[in-house]
Design a protein around this ligand. Structure first.
Ligand code: CP
Length: 339
């Protein structure tokens, strides 16, 4: 994949400065939004991952800039806290030459009672081509997508979905293990409140992995059985981490989301840690060199021990780095749809 950084003044904004990173015979992605993984085919996911590899190459250049999205306006609309997702979307847009505007719920007219629909229509009116949106309510980006002609990217909605996180996780795992086909990936912890888990179940199973969810029953979605429920693909479920981790090809620890929990979902964090913390003893039972992932932010000492969080098998820092390239790919591919 070749991404050409050369631009000319005569090139129309946002067009033509990239040599296409999409091989002629490969699938295309119609977009027009990225709301979750469940609407993406395997080929579309692979297209995004392959495009990500090209974006990584851009990021490794001495001057990591290309004008591929010059003339495109990206608005980051975040109604909920974020470090990684917001910063990486901002950097992704800037590396691609887009104009990037950050709007937070607090400090905007949302505080004066402006509705979500009015907000996205206002942002479109001032020129937003892509709206990257995080919202505490599941489904909010779907409403936004219905009400604006801008492309909408879901940057995390409630407990529902976090598609670019799942894509960067899949990219990280594919890079580490070569393929996801036939691999067994453990997702450990607070699945109930995890939009990351839901989107990852779609992405990983679509790419051929088997997913085992591990955690206490109180932190599993209600009624989850080792079969297809809640519209999710089939997964395995185990409440015994010491059993499930044996031979696992990869391990993903989830954050205990104290802010989303009602009382009594866990007897105590100490007991949770004793049964479900990924520590060096447990990680040693997985396949040799099995990568450890965590979407962040991490509660070190609770769902993951500090030494393995920063140990040789940890992919946590690389996940964050890959987040920029994945978001570049998503912005680039979406902004091209409808051309
Ligand atoms: N993984 C993730 O979404 O992190 P942030 O909340 O910091 O964006």
């Amino acid at each position: 994949m070749v991404i050409e950084s050369k631009a000319t003044e005569s090139t129309p904004p946002g067009h033509g400065e990239l040599k296409t990173p999409i091989p002629e015979n490969q699938t295309t992605w119609a977009g027009p939004h990225l709301l979750d993984i469940d609407v993406l085919t395997r080929d579309e996911i692979l297209l995004i991952l392959d495009t990500t590899a090209g974006m990584e190459e851009v990021l490794h250049r001495r001057v990591a800039r290309t004008p591929a999205l010059r003339g495109v306006t990206v608005v980051n609309l975040f109604y909920e806290a974020s470090t990684r997702t917001r910063a990486s979307f901002e950097l992704a847009g800037k590396v691609l030459g887009a104009d990037v505007i950050n709007v937070a719920g607090s400090g905007s007219s949302v505080e004066k009672g402006e509705s979500l629909v009015d907000t996205v229509q206002t942002l479109k009116a001032i020129g937003a081509d892509v709206i990257v949106m995080r919202h505490p309510s599941s489904g909010a980006p779907y409403l936004a997508a219905r009400e604006t002609s801008a492309h909408v990217i879901n940057a995390g909605d409630g407990w529902h979905a976090h598609p670019t996180q799942a894509l960067l996780d899949a990219y990280t795992l594919r890079k580490t293990m070569g393929t996801l086909e036939g691999k067994r990936v453990l997702i450990v912890g607070d699945v109930q409140h995890s939009r990351v888990a839901r989107s990852n179940i779609w992405a990983l199973t679509t790419l051929g992995a088997t997913v085992t969810l591990v955690g206490p029953g109180t932190l599993m979605p209600r009624g989850l059985e080792p079969s297809q429920v809640h519209g999710l693909p089939a997964v395995e479920v185990d409440d015994d981490l010491d059993r499930a981790i044996v031979g696992a090809d990869a391990v993903m620890a989830l954050r205990i989301q104290k802010e989303r929990m009602r009382s009594a979902m866990l007897p105590s964090l100490r007991e949770y840690a004793s049964r479900y913390q990924i520590d060096s003893t447990r990680l040693a039972k997985a396949a040799e060199g099995a990568p450890l992932l965590h979407p962040g932010p991490m509660n070190q000492g609770i769902e993951v021990a500090a030494d393995v969080a920063h140990g040789l098998q940890s992919e946590v820092e690389r996940q964050v780095q890959h987040g920029v390239a994945v978001r570049m790919a998503a912005l680039y591919l979406l902004a091209r749809t409808g051309e």
